[in-house]
Design a protein around this ligand. Sequence first.
Ligand code: PLP
Length: 459
Amino acid sequence: MDIKKISEMDRKSVLHPFTQLHDHAAKKYGEVTIVDGAKGIRIRDANGREYIDALAGLYCVNIGYGRTEVAEAISRQAHKLAYYHTYAGHTTDELAKLSDRLIKIAPSGMSKVFYGLSGSDANETQVKLVWYYNNLRGQPKKKKIVARERGYHGSTIVSGSMTGMSFYHDNMDLPVSGILRTGAPTYYWGAHPGETELQFSERRAKELEELIVREGPETVGAFIAEPVLGSGGLTPPPEGYWAAVQAVLRKYDVLLIADEVVTGFGRTGEMFGSHKYNINPDLITVAKGLTSAYAPLSACIVGQRVFEVLEAGAQKVGVFSHGYTYSGHPIGVAAANATLDILEREDLAGNAARVGEYFQKRLFEALGQSPIVGQIRGVGLMAAVEFVADPEKKERFDPSLKVAARVSNAARERGLIARALPHGDIIGFTPPLTMTNAEADEIVGIAREAVSQITKELG
Ligand code: PLP
């Protein structure tokens, strides 16, 4: 492969997501990284250099790279029937099987599955479903959506608006109206002095209640949240959080959308984050782990309570006028069924629980005493290390020092991909759920060296 030529073609013709466009064009970081192959938890670039991908792509390659079983399922499907649409009740055998399977493994009370291609489009659909549901049941004002600070729900117009980090909005004319914001479930930063986790959770629930009452419960349609905060900090919920929040939602008849795009399919150590935290959602968003990213596929899993209204309303309004050419695309569906076969056969949720516990223990041993580490946290195979200038006083670093980005770069130079999360000085680890204890040791060893290098640099 002519790396220089590919690199030039890329610079000339690709508009990359989440990339500094000028620096990329100006080659500030040298040649582009051409990813050329992958196996297990490792990727390989065009120079033949290997990296441990402790992020599983973008928290999505749950079954690990290079699983030929999925490639073969995709190939079989492409040879048999590469495409047909699912409009007007058309289906394929694999689509019906996948949907039946999803309803069975999802939290109880789910009824139907609608398919898209990305987490962002699925969350757009969720909002339309909330609006449609409330129109059909004669509550046309009940449309506002409450989302949390630091939540991540995608980057399209409404999904991006629900995302609660301002740099996703700046210069993009977001958020659109009708999106309300409530506090993040981040006890470490948000707790008042002396407040217990439980008290903090109750305060967050009270703030949510006050917001709903202030806006008028008849105008608030849904609350959207990730069971475990993902891109906003890989932060498990504080004790009592979900019980307190769900009580408020029930009281004001506000639907709960569980955004399980990251937490779905084993990442927390249970099949869904909703199982882990006793969440009873009305609508569930899944993507990423559904196919382990072997093909694009997302889904909105619709609860019985919502579907009953949609079905009854159809007699009045006719066709459900929403969908995509690629809804239920056979290639994505084949990838999903093959992925779920592996996930279940190899008990990858169980592995995430076991290896996740070991991984966190090792992170604590390696970094718990570091003078620049404020908190190490996680659940299953989601873990984060948050850096602070003074762990005693919980003082942040000056953002211009770019501490997490530097740790991430130092790790990369040593062959480990660990992401600097966009909000605060945090590096995140969300490796494939196939990870072994020995691989966890390897990651921790490199992370320790990277943190120690940056600690020295910071003096
Ligand atoms: N929801 C959550 C919780 C996510 O983490 C993401 C992506 O990281 C999305 C939605 C958006 O998914 P996509 O990038 O496939 O649009």
